[in-house]
Design a protein around this ligand. Structure first.
Ligand SMILES: Cc1cc2nc3c(=O)[nH]c(=O)nc-3n(C[C@H](O)[C@H](O)[C@H](O)COP(=O)(O)OP(=O)(O)OC[C@H]3O[C@@H](n4cnc5c(N)ncnc54)[C@H](O)[C@@H]3O)c2cc1C
Length: 277
């Protein structure tokens, strides 16, 4: 297998433009597993470890910009994320182990496109956009349009995800998941929630779900039901039934559809009760 370690982005994009059946390697926490299990058989690897300039978190005007090679551990510790994207911080805190957090990148989590990828629901409620580079060109695409199906996205084989962009947001944000264990477990079901909570009202509420559909999805029916409503225990009860209607869950080796769907209501209660405290 050929192995490339470009020193700059032009070199990386040039290699991608001519090399066939090539895979990009970031932290390798998904890719190396897929290689070992023979799920993928590329002829070449493009190692991004020489492109350190794709590792940053910055605020430009009202936009937070995260370089695709930023590690989950760096996102958790970053003050801008803490202030303006609490939901993403919470999602990254619940990923894997310290080793995975210190090796896995946000870009890898997005491009892997697992329905259970934990940053995805958080980035959906932040209405994130992605910057994709190819030789001599770039495009910006909404994350919601980027995800297509399990482990499938709109990225082309000659493109690199370089940046994740969303508006800074000081609203309350929560991410909750259920896995086989409390840590080091892939989500059986997950929920991200964000709201500008004022006078007990759920203003501008956004919700997204993981592992209950072929891709991470926004929960629009739930949003419509809860938006601008005054939060009460009765409302939480009603909303727990509404959120179940968003589920397209399947049964697989990790969990079954009925359990996944029921647990959505439990996760919703856990998040909304935190607002009341
Ligand atoms: C033990 C273990 C526990 C885990 N726990 C969790 C968990 O709790 N939650 C969770 O969501 N995930 C978990 N994961 C999965 C994984 O760690 C994350 O998805 C991680 O963020 C992947 O990032 P990476 O940099 O390692 O990606 P890689 O493995 O390097 O790449 C993943 C995919 O993305 C592509 N890619 C990577 N970067 C780019 C880029 N910039 N542009 C274009 N394509 C790119 C690669 O070609 C590959 O197809 C776990 C994995 C392991 C092994």
């Amino acid at each position: 297998m050929k192995y490339f370690i470009p020193k700059n982005i032009q070199e990386a994009l040039e290699i991608l433009s001519f090399e066939k059946n090539i895979k990009i390697l970031a932290g390798g926490t998904d890719l190396i597993v897929d290689l070992k299990e023979n799920k993928i058989k590329p002829h070449a690897l493009l190692d991004l470890s020489g492109l350190n300039f794709l590792n940053y978190i910055k605020l430009e005007k009202n936009l937070i910009k995260i370089g695709a090679l930023t590690l989950h551990a760096q996102i958790i510790q970053n003050s801008l994320i803490n202030q303006y994207a609490g939901v993403l911080k919470s999602a990254c805190e619940q990923i894997g182990s310290p080793q995975i957090k210190n090796k896995g990148t946000i870009g890898g989590n997005i491009v892997q496109g697992s329905p259970a990828g934990d940053t995805l629901p958080a980035l959906l409620v932040l209405e994130s956009k992605l910057k994709l580079l190819k030789k001599g060109n770039f495009r910006i695409i909404n994350l919601e349009d980027f995800l297509i199906a399990p482990n499938k996205s709109m990225i082309s084989s000659n493109e690199i995800l370089s940046e994740i962009i969303f508006k800074k947001n000081s609203s309350l944000g929560f991410f909750a998941k259920i896995g086989q264990r409390n840590s080091l477990a892939v989500s059986k079901v997950s929920l991200a929630l964000q709201t500008n909570f004022k006078n007990k009202k759920l203003n501008n509420l956004k919700a997204a779900l993981g592992a209950v559909a072929p891709k991470a999805i926004r929960a629009y029916k739930l949003e419509e039901f809860l938006n601008s409503k005054k939060l009460s225990l009765n409302l939480i009860k009603e909303a727990s039934l509404i959120i179940e209607k968003e589920s397209l869950a399947i049964s697989d080796l990790r969990s079954n559809a009925k359990y996944r769907t029921k647990m959505l209501g439990v996760l919703l209660r856990r998040c909304l009760i935190k607002c009341l405290k």
